[in-house]
Write a protein that binds this ligand. Structure first.
Ligand code: URA
Length: 329
């Protein structure tokens, strides 16, 4: 038991109904009416001091001064009362210095206004959690980014769990202005190591395919993926990873304004075209991607080079797709 507990507590200060309304209005009714503990006898009585409560702990106590008279506050201006609940409550056992005898609303107790009255006492402990601000959703963050800013955002991205296992985020790479935008699925092991798209065996096949229709990644083509970080073990990306990452691709399309888009593989095609149709039904024709800016970009779907490495007999179909993409659409 603390010595404070042993001391009988005085009755709460009397206030009239109008004052009670004011106290409630400014959120201090409970604090004010709570019976305050009696100051320990050893404490010297303190006369009213004008010390801003927040400064009270930072500056040494000022010598006592006479209470200034609280200026009248109109009942129509409650917002002018500057005392948030978390500020120090009125001091123990103090009767409001400017308590109006008549009970009129023209004089709010000066101590409530913190202009005079009893000295501040420590505010009740308010637990402030040291939480990081909520992350800005990717779509909002990329909205006005240029390509350089976008690349920095991708590199720093932590919008899904894939960031935890990546060596490098793979933003994309290639020619600007961009004739073709080639969109794959996600970085593999080599891409994750080097931070560049399609640099493994799939990438070599892709370069050969592009060269067959006179395209090069240095001169004409920008290559990127739907997902910018490698999924562990090259597993399929999860829906929440796609949702978190696709605003980057959409912003790349808006900024690069490619003449056309070649989408490689079922996963990228379904994501970009917003469908769950099979790749067999999506390839062989030209789709149109409507951008937020109102443009329409022709989209051609083909097999993923990794699939072609496993199924070389499908290369003939992939060749048809490339010729379709190279046609004057
Ligand atoms: N496969 C892809 O889909 N993208 C790459 O960047 C590499 C392999």
């Amino acid at each position: 038991m603390s010595p404070m507990d042993a001391v009988p507590r005085p009755a709460p200060p009397r206030i009239n109904p109008l004052q009670r309304i004011w106290l409630r209005e400014i959120g201090m009714e409970r604090l004010w009416l709570r019976t305050p503990p009696v100051a320990p006898p050893a404490m010297a009585p303190v006369t009213a001091r004008v010390v801003a409560p927040e400064a009270a702990s930072a500056v040494p106590p000022a010598p006592p001064v006479r209470s200034p008279v609280a200026p009248p506050v109109s009942a129509a201006e409650p917002a002018a009362v500057p005392t948030p609940v978390s500020k120090p409550a009125p001091a123990a056992a103090a009767t409001p210095a400017a308590e109006p005898a008549s009970g009129r609303a023209s004089a709010i107790p000066a101590s409530i206004l913190n202009r005079s009255g009893p000295p501040p006492r420590p505010a009740p402990k308010v637990e402030i959690k040291d939480e990081a601000p909520p992350p800005i959703p990717v779509a909002e963050a990329v909205k006005d980014a240029d390509l350089e800013q976008l690349a920095a955002q991708v590199v720093a991205c932590a919008a899904c769990g894939l960031c935890q296992g990546r060596r490098h985020a793979v933003v994309g790479h290639g020619a600007q202005p961009t004739r073709w935008l080639v969109v794959g699925e996600a970085p593999g092991e080599q891409e994750d190591r080097q931070g560049q798209p399609f640099v493994g065996r799939s990438g070599q096949l892709l370069d050969a395919m592009l060269a067959a229709v006179g395209m090069s990644r240095e001169r004409d083509v920008f290559i990127t993926n739907v997902i910018k970080c490698r999924p562990p073990g090259n597993r399929n990306p999860k829906p929440e990873e796609i949702a978190a990452c696709s605003p980057y691709l959409m912003r790349q399309i808006a900024l690069l304004k490619p003449e056309r888009i070649l989408v490689l593989g079922r996963f990228a095609a379904q994501t970009l075209l917003g469908t769950d149709a099979t790749i067999g039904s999506l390839r062989g024709r030209v789709h149109q991607l409507k951008t937020d800016e109102g443009a329409q970009i022709p989209v051609v779907v083909s097999y993923h080079p990794a699939y072609l490495l496993r199924s070389p007999s499908e290369k003939a179909r992939a060749w048809q797709d490339l010729k379709l993409a190279a046609r004057d659409l």
